[in-house]
Design a binder for this molecule. Sequence first.
Ligand code: HEC
Ligand SMILES: [Cu+2]
Length: 309
Amino acid sequence: MNWVPEVASNLASKVDAVIWFITVISLVFFILISIFLVYFAIRYRRRQENEETPYITGSHVLETIWTIIPSILLIVIFVYGFVVYKDMRTPPEDSLEVTVIGRQWLWQFKYNNGKTTLNELYIPEGRPIKLVMTSEDVLHSFFVPAFRVKQDLVGGMYTYLWFTPTKTGTYELYCTEYCGTGHSTMLGKVIVMSPQEYEKWEKGEEEKAVASLPPAELGKQLYTQRGCNACHSIDGSSLVGPTWKGLYGHEVVLQDGTKVTADENYIREAILEPQAKMVKGFGPVMPSFKGVISDDEISDLIAYIKTLK
Ligand code: HEC
Ligand SMILES: [Cu+2]
């Protein structure tokens, strides 16, 4: 049985240690107090009619003991927690910085090499990572259980957190601040790569390997990678945005009542300037993907949408 999530950062075991420390102390006292409670209830129960409770004036020794021991324990808990907290709030000087932008309802990551990714954070193993975070709209909260880090993203200011990933792999990223209709789909992945793999990724060498897939397949991957799935279904149901099922080649009714046929150019414009033509019955919540999604990727997405009849 897993009591706590996987341990995949340098901070994770420290946080776990504090939690176990507090949990064990609490358990010991809980059991001790429960045993005495039951024992005393039986031992000093009323045995006969008219039995009078004795008048007890107290014991200085006992009172001193049960004041001082818990006080010391609480101070130890505080100091231990504070030391770990201080560590978690102090990123090393040589941290690799990534900018995180939260918006309804996706995660955007910006790297020093100019790359931008959506809903997928790429980082190397074994290096301290500092995330500098902000929100474009409401409060969001960045939470990766395997790293034991959680921090709010607040509009108009920067917050940060840091950790050193200690294991390669893919880890779940959650938004843990209720941020509107799409909150539950505001999920992401943290991809921890070996330093060699990361170097390749930074230079963009791995993209060629993927490009051998057919466009519609690539588009299908982009649908989740770029976070379109947070708002668009492919099965005909309406989420925050209209479904993509049967979109291509059909007429779309716009807010002003006019109709347009959803062809390649319509879809392209919808991605780059979502508010240029508003679909009837939907709000202006789709973020522009200008500068985030390349022309190639738009073509792949269109190819994918074409397959959704
Ligand atoms: C935050 C929610 C949200 C996300 C994320 C989102 N969209 Fe949208 N999208 C909408 C909404 C709402 C509309 C309808 C209003 C409008 O036209 O802007 C829409 C409309 C569209 C349309 C026109 C659909 C139609 O039925 O006419 C296309 C095409 C589209 N989006 C593509 C994308 C692609 C591609 C992505 C991912 C790269 C994406 N969207 C991500 C909310 C979203
Ligand atoms: Cu959120």
